[in-house]
Design a protein around this ligand. Structure first.
Ligand SMILES: [Cu+2]
Length: 199
């Protein structure tokens, strides 16, 4: 009899935990524009790569969006929606210059894809239009979010546990810190702007 009660209790607790997945929310300050916050690789855990492709468009001589965050293993479709030819290239992935790549140059209506298997920030360039730039952030986990313009973010459905959480912003030094998630958890970041040449 006692055992039955215990089993019922364990089942109840398990369901409660599953129904109340945690969240990490907070604010990234010290910078302007949209930032990205993500959970770094979790030892012993792997995540299946998403099958859905993400889209990086080139339209009106701009990369759109200017910041794209995807899970590691995601294929990104690079589309040219302009009447002029565009190029897509990057000089590094997560600071690793050996992962530099030039996808080539292609005309309107054409789309090329690339699967991002390495995590980190990727500065996108177009050699045809040096003023064009954007970033793709490849998150090692499915737990990531982009801030709004005020810096507020929320990562949903995070299992309780201890993680390393990183905040990224184009104009600042990235910052990582340990965050223990238990239900609704708050983590704020204050980033330090990179020195700008000529200012
Ligand atoms: Cu271009």
């Amino acid at each position: 009899m006692k055992r039955k009660v215990l089993v019922a209790l364990v089942v109840t607790l398990t369901f409660t935990a599953a129904a109340n997945a945690g969240t990490i929310s907070g604010k990234v300050s010290g910078v302007s524009g949209e930032s990205v916050v993500y959970i770094e690789a979790i030892p012993g855990k792997t995540f299946p790569a998403p099958t859905a492709h993400a889209l990086m468009d080139q339209k009106n001589l701009l990369f759109q969006p200017s910041v794209l965050v995807v899970q590691q293993g995601t294929t990104v479709d690079f589309q040219n929606s302009d009447t002029v030819a565009h190029n897509v290239a990057w000089s590094s992935v997560g600071g690793n210059k050996r992962l530099a790549h030039n996808m080539g140059t292609w005309p309107k209506g054409e789309k090329r894809e690339f699967k991002f298997d390495n995590p980190g920030a990727i500065p996108l360039m177009c050699y045809v239009h040096p003023e064009m730039e954007a970033h793709i952030i490849v998150s090692p986990t499915p737990y990531f979010a982009q801030t709004d313009k005020s810096g507020t973010y929320k990562i949903e459905n995070v299992p309780d546990g201890s993680y390393t959480v990183t905040a990224w912003n184009e104009g600042a030094k990235g910052q990582s810190k340990p965050v223990t998630v238990s239900g609704a958890t708050t983590a704020d970041f204050t980033l330090i702007k990179l020195a700008t040449v000529g200012h």
